[in-house]
Design a protein around this ligand. Structure first.
Ligand code: FAD
Length: 360
């Protein structure tokens, strides 16, 4: 199943009709062959695994009281925590009603916590980030960094209020990442090929800029594809830069693990924003949160690979720190560890994809 596969089938079937009459002019010109990824066990430079914080009814952005404090939740982003980080954090800050000079505690230093901290600072708050683990030891460091929603919710488990939050969050994140493009944050646009010629469930100008449908006969992958552009984040580089930004703006970052909500209630700050990802399962007793493990085999960098792909049998994201090969979604696995079987399957799948691809 591809990253898109968990989105749900409703929009895909709606889109089917929309694309059946796609005008010829929208199709891509002749096939451009692409440099191939050199896939082999010998080229692996690291193997990593992470636990996506998945909820069938999607992320939680909600305010409540915690003793005398305002507590706002901002967690449960599944496979979309990089993608939606700025957007749900903006929603969380609206709920937090943070004023200039207000002391704010952000719990968590993954992509969501760090974006929340920066946005709170932009509103004039005095921010302390408390986290059990800092980058590079967070799930956010494992993420491939594609800006596109995936593995986020079940379509039949969300309501209109959540859908409105999602649309607003995606819109804000999409615009925010564009101003981070460049070396400083390690964010770049990359042309991407995905399986199928149908538009996906998401607003297509967002996360699918300039999409064209490519029939199998014209596709470098010998199967129907769509080519579009989206942004990719080199997550390790990006998270380090966000931490530097927070400190440069006068923020504090403290390593601290909380065992309970009561312990958080004893913090000196008047506003608390909970960005603990999977940690919210225990801290706030959210039984709906489950780990969805993902494994990656990272190959030696290949600077000539200037495109990404995403098919049901695996995805490849090219980054300066390596070629990321992925494609595992393991529900309920609690150990953030790779398995030899999964890595071998990733390598075999990507070797097959590249063997079939048209190379210059
Ligand atoms: C293989 C893989 C590929 C992925 N690819 C993508 C992708 O391409 N695009 C995308 O958008 N997303 C992707 N994701 C998903 C993404 O990694 C997550 O959605 C994201 O990391 C969640 O961010 P977060 O900040 O909520 O959580 P985390 O990064 O897990 O951060 C949580 C923070 O809370 C802290 N914390 C937790 N509990 C406590 C506690 N009790 N006390 C104190 N601190 C606590 C942690 O120490 C940490 O600092 C991928 C995930 C995996 C595993």
């Amino acid at each position: 199943m591809d990253r898109r596969g968990f989105i749900g089938s409703t929009a895909a079937s709606l889109a089917l009709g929309a694309c059946a009459n796609l005008p010829r002019a929208a199709l891509a010109p002749a096939p451009a062959c692409l440099p191939r990824v050199d896939v082999s066990e010998k080229r692996i430079i690291r193997k990593v695994a992470g636990l996506r914080p998945y909820r069938r009814s999607g992320f939680v952005v909600r305010a409540e009281a915690l003793g005398a404090k305002r507590l706002v939740h901002n967690y449960g982003h599944g496979g979309s925590g990089i993608t939606l980080s700025w957007g749900t954090s903006q929603l969380a800050l609206d709920l937090a009603r943070v004023g200039p000079g207000e002391p704010v505690a952000v719990i968590g230093a993954g992509a969501v916590g760090l974006a929340t901290a920066r946005l709170a600072q932009e509103r004039g708050a005095r921010v302390t980030v408390y986290a059990a683990a800092l980058p590079p030891e967070t799930t956010s460091n494992i993420a491939g960094g594609q800006i596109k929603p995936a593995l986020l919710r079940r379509a039949d488990a969300v309501d209109d209020a959540w859908r409105a939050q999602f649309a607003s969050a995606l819109d804000y994140s999409w615009r925010r990442f564009q101003i981070l493009v460049g070396e400083r944050y390690g964010v770049r646009w990359v042309p991407t090929y995905e399986g199928g010629t149908q538009p996906s469930a998401w607003p297509s100008e967002m996360v699918h800029a300039g999409a064209v449908a490519i029939p199998a006969t014209d596709s470098p992958f010998g199967r129907p594809t769509r080519r579009y552009q989206t942004m990719y984040v080199e997550t390790g580089h990006y998270l380090e830069q966000l931490m530097r930004d927070i400190v440069a703006a006068g923020g504090r970052i403290e390593v601290r693990a909380f065992a309970s909500a009561e312990e958080i209630a004893r913090l000196p700050e008047t506003v608390v924003i909970n960005c603990t990802g999977l940690g919210s399962r225990d801290l706030f007793e959210d039984a709906e949160l489950i780990p969805m493990r993902g494994q990656l085999a990272v190959l030696l960098p290949q600077p000539e690979i200037g495109y990404a792909y995403e098919f049901h049998d695996g995805y490849m994201f090219p980054r300066p720190d390596g070629i990321l090969l992925g494609g595992t979604y393991e529900r309920g696995e609690e150990q953030a560890e790779t398995t030899p079987e999964a890595i071998a399957k990733i390598i075999a799948n990507h070797a097959a994809i590249n063997a079939r691809a048209c190379a210059p």
